[in-house]
Write a protein that binds this ligand. Structure first.
Ligand code: R5P
Length: 318
């Protein structure tokens, strides 16, 4: 209609660009090139398309630990860090109560739970040689007895890009936690939401490359779009190499800042796609400085020593 009513003098010529073939670009993220548009778009909010890496800030610890040191007041300690994160990993309770809905950060939402730090160990009680006895069942990790902890509708309402589910390979509840993973993958993939399988390390499970290769590969094979595991000093590159989807590392217990930066640097050099770090940032003496130093190592090509210098400079500026 517009073409008919516009005068010939005002009319812009149509341009069909017949000599220019339409591009069919690939996708920047490992193992993700055959996903649908919505999932790729959500993953592009978590991982920076410029370098394929992410700095996820993990502060979901309260889902089984309550007010973890450094997270007693998330509004006071975590909100100042958020501007330097690519993605916030959190529970729905904290998201609704504390995180401004105007945030532009990607959300990785905790989607499994149901146990706590004080869950009792499974025990047998009975009689032996006429005397009462009580014993723990080796391999029963009380924390591993998790269920899925939110519906897909809730994840959509909260605009999640990723759902995080703990997986306890080698524990007595291994099958159940893997079912939690596959149930979430089935639900989330209907709506283009990603699932991140988190390798949980219980008392009975070794923190070595052999165990992490097994656990990360199983989660990827069962449909996790991203996998989170710990860094190992030996053979970490074999874990990232045989996992067909991106791996991000958890920080684990608080380390001296330089050691945490070295760990982040080494993980990236050995094929990790980023960090999903909590205590090594929010329990630092200077969390905002540490957050920026980690970002420098992951995204800006800083060495651990340069990152540490940045940390000290920022810390001294208060
Ligand atoms: C672990 O279960 C929690 O979900 C944390 O998100 C995870 O451990 C990463 O935090 P951190 O760097 O403190 O280990």
């Amino acid at each position: 209609m517009a073409d008919i009513t516009t005068s010939a003098a005002d009319k812009k010529e149509k341009e069909y660009f017949t000599e220019v073939p339409q591009q069919a670009p690939g996708f920047f993220l490992k193992g993700s090139h055959q996903y649908d548009w919505g999932l790729k778009n959500r993953l592009s909010r978590v991982f920076d398309p410029k370098d394929g890496r992410t700095v996820m800030l993990a502060f979901d610890h309260g889902y089984f630990q309550g007010p973890t040191t450094g997270l007693e007041r998330v509004d006071q300690t975590i909100l100042p860090l958020a501007p330097y994160a690519d993605c916030l990993m959190l529970t729905r309770g904290i998201q609704r109560s504390i995180i401004p809905a105007s945030t532009q950060k990607a959300i990785a939402l905790r989607a499994s739970g149901g146990t706590s730090m004080v869950s009792p160990f499974e025990e047998w009680e009975g009689e032996l040689d006429g005397k009462p006895f009580k014993m723990s069942r080796p391999g029963f990790e009380p924390l591993s007895n998790e269920s899925t902890a939110l519906t897909i509708e809730e994840a959509i309402r909260l605009n999640a890009s990723l759902l995080a589910v703990q997986v306890f390979v080698g524990s007595a509840y291994e099958r159940q936690s893997l079912k939690n993973l596959t149930d979430l993958v089935d639900g989330a993939s209907r709506y283009g939401i990603g699932v991140m399988g988190v390798v949980a390390v219980g008392r009975a499970m070794a923190r070595n490359a052999q165990y992490f290769r097994l656990a990360t590969r199983i989660m990827a094979e069962l449909g996790a779009n991203v996998v989170k595991c710990y860094y190992t000093d030996e053979d970490f590159e074999t874990i990232t190499s045989c996992c067909p989807v991106p791996i991000v590392i958890a920080g684990g217990k608080k380390l001296p800042e330089l050691d945490a930066l070295k760990m982040s640097y080494n993980a990236i050099q050995q094929g990790a796609s980023g960090v999903d770090m909590g205590r090594n940032i929010f329990q630092s003496d200077a969390p905002v400085a540490m957050m920026q130093a980690v970002r420098g190592v992951v995204h800006e090509g800083l060495s651990p020593e340069q990152g540490y210098e940045k940390y000290q400079d920022l810390k001294s500026q208060g």
